[in-house]
Design a protein around this ligand. Sequence first.
Ligand SMILES: [Zn+2]
Length: 496
Amino acid sequence: SMRGTLAATAADSGRDGWLIPLGLPTVQPITAWLDDAGLRRRVSEASLGRGATSGHDNTPIVLEMVRLRAERARLLGLGSHAEHVLAVETAGTPEAARGLLLDVVDAAVTNARNEAKDLLGGEERELHPADWAWESERLRAERFRVDDATVRPYFELERVLHDGVMHAASELYGLRFAERTDLAGYLPDVRVIEVFDDERSEPDAGVGLLLLDYYARPTKRGGAWMSSFRDQSRLLDSSPVVVNVMNLARPAAGQPTLLTMDEVTTMFHEFGHALHGLLSDVEYPVFSGTSVPRDFVEFPSQVNEMWARRPEMLARYARHVETGEPIGEELVERMREAERFGEGQATVEYLAAALIDLEWHSLTPEEAEAVTDVDEFEARVLADAGLDVPGIEPRYRSRYFQHIFAGGYSAAYYSYFWAEVLDADAAEWFVERGGLKRDSGDRMRREVLSRGGAIDFLDAYRRMRGSEPNTTALLRRRGLDSSVVGGRRAAATGRP
Ligand SMILES: [Zn+2]
C-alpha cells in the first residue's frame, strides 16, 4: 500500500516511479521501511540538507532573523529574545527552561547509547542516522510483536468515546454528555454534544457545546486539534462552543471505525483541551479556557491522556469489537514496552532541537553578529550540552526548523517538555489518590481548568498538587529513570 501511495505521489507531480515526500522532522518515518541502505541514506541526506541547497539556502535568513530578534530585545531593554519570550511563559526565564532540559540530558543520553548497543546487537560500530529507524523497526517487530491488525479491533470509536473519553470526564468532573441530533454541525458529519454539569444550580442548563469532527476529508488540514467557536465569559454571559478535530479514515459503509492506540491517545488529548475550554469559569473572554501560555496549554490535554492507559479504563472501553472480550494484559504490557523502546533516542533528538532554539535566541546582538556558520553553532551547542550522540541528529536543524523561524515557537520549543513535566507529575498525583476520583477532578477543575489565563500557573499547579512539580515522574514515564539515582527536585533550578 505504501508503494501505491508513493507511485500516486509521483504521478501527481507528473513523474514515473515512486516519489518520497519529506515530512517535517529530521527522521523520515519511511526510512523504517526502506530495506535498501543506499536509499535510506539518500532520504536521510535530503532531509538533513533541506534549506541548505543552492537557490534554497536559508542560512542568511536564519542568521538575519536571529540578529534582528536580538536587536529588538535590546531595544525593549531586555538581554535577549529568549528573555522577551519567556517573560510571559510559565517558565519565566531562559535559565529555568534551560535548567529543565539540561536536567534530563544525562539520563536521555545514557539510554540512547544503550538503545544503539541494543540495535547493533553487540557489533562494534556506530549507528548511521539513516539506519536508526530501520533497525528499531526490525527489533520492535521481533521483540514486542505489536501490530495494528492485532490492536485495532479493541478500539472501536463509539466505545472509546462513550466508555473511555466521556466516562473519565464524568467520573472526574461530574459531567454528562448528550448528543444533540436536533442541532446541525457545520457539515453533516459533525456531531454536536451538549455538556451538562450535575453540580450546577440549574443542572438542566448546559455548560456548553462540544462539536466532534473526526473523519478525514480531502480539503481538511492534517493532524488533530481543538479549537473554540465561542469562549466562555461571565462578562458577556457567554457559554463555550468548542470543537475536537481529527483525521480518522472513514470505514467502509456499515463497518465500525477502529482506532490505533495513537489515535485513542489523541482523542483523549484533544478532549483534555476541550475540557479546558468547556469548564472555563472566568470573567473576561481574554482569559477564557485555553488562553494560557504556550508552556501550560498542553498540560490539561497531556494529563488527560493518562486515562487512556489506566488498567481500570482499558478494562472498560478496550473491548473486542466482535467478541466484547477486554484487551489482554499481556498485549497491553507489550504495547507499553514497545512505546518505551526508543525513548532515549526520541528524548535526545528533542532536547537537541530545544536547546538549539534556546541558544540561538539567548544571543546578544553582538554575539549574534559574530555567528556566521549555522552548522558550527549547532555543533557547539550540542557538544557543550553533552548531546552530541553519534547517529542522532536534532529533531530539526536550524535551516528547516519551522516552529522557531516560521511559526510562533521561537525560544519556546522547550514548552512541550515543560508541559510534560507537569503532566507526568500530575498523573502520578492522580494515581496516588486512587485514579478516577471526583475530589481529585474537583481540585484540578477548581485550580486549573476553570481558571483559564487569569492565574499564576505554577501557583495554581502547586495548589492542586500540594507540592512542587518534579522531573523524576517524567523520567519514570519515559523509562529513563534507571540511570538516575534519586532524581533531582525540579525546583533546584528555581522553577520546574
Ligand atoms: Zn494539544
